[in-house]
Design a protein around this ligand. Structure first.
Ligand code: ADP
Ligand code: GN1
Ligand code: MG
Length: 368
């Protein structure tokens, strides 16, 4: 459906929610790759989202997770004397009390309060912001440490099962539905050469050496809101993939996105490197947020978390390119391929900086 109609659809959906005051404009918002997000302006500001049903095939389960997690967080925030309307998402119910509205097209819509006086960034603008985002993601994990993990639905099965991702990638190469394999032979080879990267963390998990925790699983910088005045990371958003997972994945995903000197889709690869200073800042912030809860092996595996998540994400972009750009939103020809190449560049760069990354983590672990 074209944008104009989607906007009309959004306005129609809006009428079914319990809202305060008068609402004015509804406009596309944010730069997420998955859902269709709108900002609703008026007496009170809201975020309205059409959920991506192709990806989240069981939207009720996603919302059950989100309502569960945010209610749990609200209790903790209140006890700590915080502001429950700013420090976690608030699901706005539909007239019938449900957390989502299904429209005549079969699309699912949900709504949150807009987190007030806060911003999210697509790229690091100040070092302090990056540190604060790390502390917020670490704290998020810490707050959910006693959440009943068994009640969470797996909203995307095998989301960070890198071995499964590798097999899906090989299948996409094999099937080559768009006839693109030949043109990206070099990229395909890159991921094949590093196949062992796909199994390192999964193996440690299955051997019981790494603990399963309640994790966010999508810890991009633009999934945390920073207070406009204080710069503090006040609210972790985009809770669709909160599921049992690995702490090192959450750490690693933030590094692959935020510690890069270039944008995720930067076509000029000379601008893309893993900045070790940002890596160090993030490590310090994350460890302070986790408050000593990580095991020795988790700490030792933080650099591996960064490499695996970058490898996995690059492979997912390439898989999507091979499958005809059906998963991630793309805004230009070859967009997924550009994204894949930045991840490849980062993996290579991390490989050359490996010892330094390990040393930084060792030092930060001793300090905290
Ligand atoms: P996607 O899954 O597509 O990434 P997100 O839930 O991350 O969707 O939302 C996209 C963007 O919209 C975020 O990066 C953020 O900038 C903005 N956003 C989402 N929810 C809120 C909120 N409650 N308050 C303020 N901004 C929000
Ligand atoms: C997607 O939803 P968003 O834009 O925050 C994706 C992540 C990827 C990321 C790459 C549910 O995140 O897994 O790492 O794009 N989310 C989902 O930028 O697939
Ligand atoms: Mg997002």
């Amino acid at each position: 459906m074209e944008k104009r109609n989607l906007q009309r659809q959004a306005k129609e959906a809006l009428r079914h929610f319990h809202l305060q005051g008068e609402q004015g404009t509804v406009r596309p918002w944010g730069s997420g790759h998955i859902n269709d997000t709108f900002l609703v302006e008026g007496d009170c500001e809201y975020i309205l989202q059409r959920m991506n049903q192709a990806i989240f095939t069981k939207p009720w389960e996603v919302m059950e997770n989100i309502v569960g997690v945010t209610s749990f967080l609200k209790e903790k925030i209140k006890k700590a004397g915080g502001d429950e309307l700013r420090e976690t998402l608030t699901v706005i119910p539909v007239e019938d009390g449900k957390p989502m509205y299904q429209d005549a097209y079969g699309d699912y819509w949900r709504m949150y309060y807009r987190i007030r006086d806060a911003v999210s960034y697509d790229q690091v603008e100040s070092e302090q912001d990056f540190y604060e985002s790390a502390a917020a993601f670490g704290n998020f994990q810490q707050l959910l440490a006693d959440y009943p993990a068994e009640t969470l639905h797996e909203t995307i099965p095998g989301f960070h099962d890198t071995e499964v991702r590798y097999r899906t990638f090989c299948q996409a190469v094999e099937e080559d539905v768009c006839g693109r394999s030949k043109e990206v032979a070099r990229e395909i080879e890159f991921f094949r050469e590093r196949e062992e990267t796909a199994s390192v963390l999964g193996k440690l998990l299955s051997e019981g050496k790494l603990p399963l925790r309640v994790t966010h699983n999508d810890t991009k910088l633009n999934n945390v809101m920073l207070d406009q005045k204080t710069g503090k990371g006040i609210c972790v958003i985009d809770l669709d993939t909160v599921m049992p997972g690995l702490a090192v994945h959450d750490f690693g995903d933030s590094i692959r996105f935020g510690a890069s000197t270039g944008a995720e889709d930067e076509p000029d690869l000379s601008k893309v490197n893993c900045d070790l200073h940002l890596f160090q800042l993030y490590t310090q912030g994350f460890l302070s947020g986790c408050q000593g809860s990580l095991t020795e092996l988790e700490l030792a595996m933080l650099p591996m978390g960064a490499k695996v998540m970058t490898y996995e994400c690059g492979m997912r972009f390439l898989t999507d390119y091979l499958q005809g750009d059906v998963y991630f939103k793309t805004h230009r020809q070859g967009h997924n391929l550009d994204r894949c190449r930045t991840q490849m560049k980062l993996v290579s760069d991390m490989e050359t900086k490996w010892q330094q990354m390990e040393e930084i983590v060792r030092q930060c672990s001793e300090e905290c």
